[in-house]
Design a binder for this molecule. Structure first.
Ligand SMILES: CC(=O)N[C@H]1[C@@H](OP(=O)(O)OP(=O)(O)OC[C@H]2O[C@@H](n3ccc(=O)[nH]c3=O)[C@H](O)[C@@H]2O)O[C@H](CO)[C@@H](O)[C@@H]1O
Ligand SMILES: C=C(OP(=O)(O)O)C(=O)O
Length: 435
């Protein structure tokens, strides 16, 4: 098992470019199955989750032509519709959450699909009800194969309808949209997820010939079409990486410029970090974070302690709460972190406490951070990364701590952050991959 050895306490300096967005890539790759024509995707991040999904597409019979390190053309002219029923698919698909979205595309184009228990972070219960109920409303039937832990879905014909989603599930919305684009008639999805990656998916589908309106809102209307065509698409910068780099700069007291941050699509992310007292300047599409000795967490207007909580877009993404939490450790002031969506994402705070942080885990969803205001330094320790974002948060803590840290189980970090050690070294970090 690979690990990172980090010698912390060094200031970093320079420019860093965010990778293409992981969670957008997973939706967009699945959507390439919706047409027999070539679809070219640019800015694909070279990370484990995305590479596994590309392998899965190839194993399904999609022709994958590499045009460069981050560009690929996918042609789904001869798809083996039975591949999703195989053990090979269940095993590989079970490695990432994104594999669930193959189901919507397969159902939309080939009228049958298998949805095995997906992988992804073990950060709490992650139900698939929204996906399955949406497919059912469109006219699909399903059988749950208990032994295999797999839903088998089929239909003669999908028919557009109105549906009010139980919750604005991101992958659920992507799945239902992909199933609906070639359904008969009009589908209306209310309480749809509307984050930038869903917007990107809908825009790409429209370029392929789909008729989707309401993009960017929680009310999507999809007029079914008979066929979709090829297109070209460029992935947005990864907003979670952008947030992670803002946190990294603040924690290590470094001057960093995030180049091409996709500022227009960051929503409240910059503002949340500013509420922690972090100065940042937006110049064109870049974010400039100056070297800052101390940052002070804002209070509410009445002096009350700040709470940072997650909420479906345009609220604050749950995927950045671990980063906000770690950044608060060295701030002046206190903050309550409330992770509403996932119940097992805050347990990594015990490692931060071992490093010297002052955190009270109130319950599985809430942690209070009492900032050290740099009066005490964090100390390097050996720790293991429990999930992708906690892993990155621990890495940021290690880079700001005194002494050497070892972070184990870095596959969790590698599945979402491209060449992270190499890129951090280029701005002055002392980080090494060890066996
Ligand atoms: C591959 C991918 O794209 N993964 C992202 C996607 O996962 P994913 O699409 O799996 O997440 P969902 O949007 O379905 O929701 C995640 C969890 O939050 C709960 N929930 C959701 C909506 C809501 O209003 N209230 C609520 O409690 C759900 O019950 C579920 O347990 O969206 C999550 C929420 O932004 C992100 O953390 C994941 O990184
Ligand atoms: C939770 C995440 O990923 P996944 O949905 O792939 O597990 C994430 O990207 O933070």
């Amino acid at each position: 098992m690979n690990a990172f050895e980090v010698i912390g306490g060094k200031k970093l300096k320079g420019e860093i470019v965010p990778q293409g967005a992981k969670n957008e890539a997973l939706q967009i790759l699945a959507a390439t199955l919706l047409t027999a024509e070539p679809v070219t995707i640019h800015n694909i991040p070279d990370i484990i989750d995305v590479n596994v999904l590309i392998d899965l597409l190839a194993e399904m019979g999609v022709t994958v032509q590499r045009l460069g390190r981050h560009s690929c053309t996918f042609t789904a002219a001869n798809v083996n519709t039975d591949y999703l029923a195989t053990e090979a698919f269940r095993n590989k698909g079970g490695k990432l959450r994104g594999s669930v979205m193959l189901a919507g595309a397969m159902l939309g184009r080939f009228k049958k699909a298998y949805l095995p228990k997906p992988g992804g972070d073990k950060i709490g219960r992650r139900r698939l009800d929204t996906h399955i109920i949406g497919f059912e409303k469109l006219g699909a039937t399903y059988q749950y194969q208990e032994k295999l832990g797999c839903f088998e879905l089929a239909t003669q014909c999908l028919k557009g309808t109105f549906m009010l989603l139980d919750e604005p599930s991101v992958t659920g919305t992507a799945n239902i949209v992909m199933a609906a684009v070639m359904a008969e008639g009009t589908t209306t999805i209310y309480n749809a997820a509307c984050e930038p990656y869903i917007q990107q998916l809908c825009k790409m589908l429209n370029r392929m010939g789909a008729k989707i309106t309401g993009i960017g809102s929680n009310l999507l209307q999809i007029e079914g079409v008979d066929v979709l065509y090829g297109t070209e698409h460029t992935l947005l910068p990864d907003m979670i990486e952008v947030g992670s780099f803002i946190g990294l700069a603040a924690m290590t007291q470094s001057a960093l410029t995030i180049k091409g941050a996709g500022v227009e699509n960051l929503g409240v992310i910059p503002e949340k970090f500013q509420q922690l007292g972090i100065q940042l300047q937006i110049k064109g599409d870049d974010i400039i974070i100056p070297e800052q000795d101390i940052y002070e967490i804002q209070t509410y207007l009445d002096g009350g302690i700040l709470t940072v909580y997650d909420h479906p877009w345009p609220g604050f993404t749950p995927d950045l709460l671990s980063i906000v939490l770690v950044v608060a450790v060295q701030a002046r002031g206190s903050v309550l972190i409330h992770q509403k969506m996932f119940e097992s994402r805050l347990f990594f705070v015990d490692k931060l406490i071992d490093m010297g942080a002052q955190i009270i885990l109130c319950d599985p969803h809430r942690a209070t951070v009492i900032g050290l205001a740099r009066k005490n330094k964090l100390r390097g320790i050996t720790m293991s990364s429990p999930d992708i974002r906690a892993g990155q948060a621990l890495l940021i803590a290690a880079l700001s701590a005194e002494g050497t840290s070892v972070i184990q189980n870095i596959e969790q970090i590698d599945r979402g952050y491209q060449y992270i050690d190499e890129r951090l070294r280029s701005i002055g970090a002392q980080i090494q991959r060890i066996g």
